[in-house]
Design a protein around this ligand. Structure first.
Ligand code: ADP
Ligand code: ZN
Ligand code: ZN
Length: 742
């Protein structure tokens, strides 16, 4: 008897181990390692899905007790042996279950979609032979045959619309054995590459040549150290990626390109499609399950060889990935902090590199401090690209907004930016105004007593939405109308603070009534494709000024934009995250990089209340290394990552007392087992947002240099805790170096 070793796809820790199932005779030879199967499970023998991780002929359990595999889901394996190894590694690294790892690696099963086609029966040499033999008169059947080119498969629906006939003549011909009907799979979610013109490779710049040569060395060599490209915006990193991909494809291997979802624009995709044509596929979070399933199937079947997508595309099931490129590697979106497993696409890429020997290339104009640090310790190789391909970097000015207030300018625009905007309008050149929304809120407060309107389900301030004149909570969705008087003191003086994109738009229109303005933020991009429509309108010159948040900071390339205003650069400096300086540097540089992309020179105004802060000073001078040196010293002095690892244990639940008591017990256990004070512990403390939707949130933070030690320590202590206290009504979240502090 043969047995299948099966992982059940139920994400419960208690059953997250392997089970053995017998392979009945009718499935002999059909069940293979890596296949998805249906098995009976539990007392009621409920039929559920599982994955075959191995086939064996010996088991140490009584064979009588073994149940049998009921069926196979597909006739081919959906996960390779190497990716099963990846799942095993992920399970340990991200302390999660097998089945949640499989959920990342294998797409949800969806029925394939197919459409009916007809074709001339191969018994006939050609159409005229068929016409001669079968059809005497000029009938509908004859017309059907005439549109069929010899041998070709043609969709039935196509013929019906073309000839305006029903199924009658087609079915009659099938009955007469003149035509055969077959079903052809239709792939959902294909990128329409036919509409994209092919382009020829440009001659590389010196810097690009050096970069390509270095990456090709890595591709050919045995040393698979990841390569970090630190290249200023406009230095031509994409062309470097394309050349590296060409090299990999010429070896018969495949390429994965990760791009933050926000930069996954038509323009970005077309740059790859214009060179690789229909070998490129795209995935993104708005794909339906069927579309995702089909695109992954194409990758499995080797019908495509380049996949472009966000974080999750790292799991594209290529058989021989040769290169994984991670553009804008500093982006927080490469970490999944919301769903389990809380993986980091960069770490997955490195693991795949270990398993498949593929090359990992990270690229950014503003690398994360953690990645750049690795180039200094020798863990990564570094490539620097300091010059733009087409032109020079924009001139960046800092406006001290405190001085503007001193001269009684209370507008959101400093004098210089306002004058520059006026000039730009006159010259018919475009302007981008950027608002840093991180750490920013349009909160509403009472001018008399200082009371701030906040959501009573969540300990979060309400955000004011002018369009609907309501206050809404961005965490639970609750919305209320703006109170007429202060709920605390009854005063009528209620004031809206902060300057949202709407307020900036109003101010622009007040100053320049004739300006054509587009606004891009969460409110204007709710509808599908509205994101793209706004950008396309702006590109076509249908507006003079584009106002937006983080959404417009990335990857856009508009030749006619010569002015960029960063309306309030320092808002992200004040949010108690050890990375706030890094985030500010990145945002300011990225958005400044949108100016002067073509042959016209660009100008940038950075408005700030902290003009002396090093993150802003270095960003204005485009001096990443200066910034990095100052920041890394700060991290070292404060013992922050990358010099240490931070492990966050978050407990959430309805009963605040219960959570605090449980975390208190955990703290006691942690104290008891903290030998030689290897671990630093902070808390229990309330989380930054201490309540969401009436669920309380408390946390403990543990710091230690060694990642494995800290993970083992926390898991060990949690295990001890669960033996003392029931964790049934508490949700425990574990985060290693979370991408933001909660
Ligand atoms: P980055 O990704 O580094 O910001 P891009 O790849 O967007 O830079 O390149 C900037 C611009 O330069 C693009 O318009 C691109 O088409 C163009 N470009 C890149 N490499 C070359 C080259 N070798 N010759 C001419 N133009 C190039
Ligand atoms: Zn009040
Ligand atoms: Zn709320």
């Amino acid at each position: 008897m043969e047995y299948a070793v099966v992982i059940i796809s139920i994400g419960h820790r208690n059953i997250d181990h392997i089970f053995h199932y017998g392979i009945p005779n009718r499935l002999r030879g059909l069940v293979k390692k890596g296949m998805r199967v249906i098995v009976p499970f539990g007392k009621g023998n409920r039929l559920i899905e599982g994955y075959v991780t191995d086939i064996t002929d010996s088991i140490d359990i009584d064979a009588e007790l073994i149940k049998e595999v009921s069926d196979i889901c597909e006739d081919h394996p959906v996960i390779s042996a190497k990716r099963i190894a990846l799942a095993e590694w992920m399970k340990e690294k991200y302390y999660t279950t097998f089945s949640s790892c499989f959920r990342c690696i294998v797409p949800k099963r969806v029925n394939e979609k197919s459409f009916a086609c007809i074709q001339l029966n191969s018994a006939y040499e050609n159409i005229s032979e068929a016409v001669d033999k079968v059809l005497k008169k000029d009938t509908k059947q004859k017309r059907v045959l005439e549109v069929l080119l010899n041998g070709d498969e043609i969709p039935v629906s196509h013929i019906k619309t073309l000839l305006d006939v029903d199924d009658g003549p087609i079915n009659a011909l099938i009955k007469k054995n003149v035509l055969v009907k077959k079903y052809v799979q239709e792939y959902r979610g294909n990128f329409n590459s036919a509409l994209v013109d092919k382009t020829l490779p440009p001659k590389l710049t010196k810097e690009q040549e050096i970069a390509v040569a270095k990456i090709c060395d890595t591709i050919d060599g045995n040393n698979k150290k990841p390569v970090l490209i630190h290249g200023v915006t406009g230095s031509g990193k994409t062309e470097v990626y394309i050349r590296a991909i060409e090299k990999v494809l010429s070896q018969g291997k495949e390429a994965i390109v990760l791009v933050p979802e926000i930069s996954l624009t038509q323009q970005t995709v077309e740059r790859f499609v214009s060179r690789f044509g229909s070998r490129v596929a795209v995935t993104h979070s708005r794909l339906s399950d069927g579309e995702r399933y089909d695109q992954w199937t194409r990758a499995l079947r080797k019908e495509i060889s380049v996949m472009i997508g966000p974080r999750s595309a790292v799991f594209t099931p290529f058989e021989e990935p040769g290169i994984i490129i991670i553009d804008e590697e500093h982006e927080a979106t490469y970490k999944s902090d919301q769903q389990s497993p809380k993986y980091d696409a960069r770490e997955i890429a490195e693991k795949l590199s270990e398993l498949y020997g593929c090359t990992v290339v990270l690229g950014s104009a503003t690398p994360s401090v953690a990645s750049y640090y690795k180039t200094q310790t020798g863990e990564y190789d570094l490539i620097e690209m300091n010059n733009r391909v087409n032109n020079t970097l924009p001139v960046i000015h800092i406006t001290d907004m405190r001085r503007e207030i001193a001269i009684k300018n209370f507008s959101v625009f400093g004098t210089e930016l306002r004058e520059a905007m006026a000039q730009n309008l006159q010259r018919n050149e475009q302007t981008i105004l950027f608002l840093n929304r991180r750490g920013y809120s349009t909160f509403v407060s009472c001018r008399k007593c200082g009371y701030v309107m906040s959501c009573d389900n969540c300990n979060v301030n309400y955000t004011y939405h002018k369009g609907i004149n309501r206050l809404s909570c961005h965490y639970c969705g609750k919305s209320i109308s703006v109170p007429e008087v202060c709920p605390q003191c009854g005063s009528k003086y209620i004031k809206y603070f902060g300057a949202g994109t709407e307020k900036i738009e109003q101010e622009v229109l007040r100053l320049f009534p004739k300006a054509r303005v587009l606004r891009m933020d969460m409110d204007t991009t709710k509808r599908k494709n509205s994101h793209q429509t706004i950008l396309e309108d702006f590109r076509r010159g249908k507006a003079d000024i584009l106002i937006g948040t983080q959404m417009i900071a990335k990857g856009l390339d508009f030749p006619n934009v010569t002015l960029v205003g960063v309306v309030a650069a320092d808002l992200s400096l004040n949010i108690g995250d050890y990375r706030s300086a890094e985030n500010t540097y990145q945002l300011v540089s990225q958005v400044a990089g949108r100016a002067g992309r073509a042959d016209k020179e660009g100008t940038v105004y950075i408005q700030t209340y902290s003009p002396d802060h090093y993150s802003i000073q270095y960003a204005a001078r485009n001096n990443y290394k200066g910034f990095y040196n100052e920041e890394i010293t700060f991290r070292q002095n404060m013992n922050y990552p990358p010099f240490t690892n931070i492990f966050l244990v978050m407990m959430t639940g309805e009963n605040e007392y219960h959570i605090r008591r449980t975390l208190g017990c955990l703290a006691d256990i942690m104290k008891r087992y903290n030998k030689n004070n290897m671990f630093t512990r902070l808390g229990p403390t309330p989380a930054v947002i201490s309540k969401i939707n009436n669920i309380y949130r408390w946390q403990i933070i543990v710091k230690c240099e060694n990642e494995d030690k800290i993970r083992n320590y926390v898991l060990f202590c949690l295990d001890k805790l669960s033996k003392q206290i029931s964790l049934d009504n508490i949700n425990v979240g574990l985060y290693l170096n979370p991408s933001y502090i909660f």
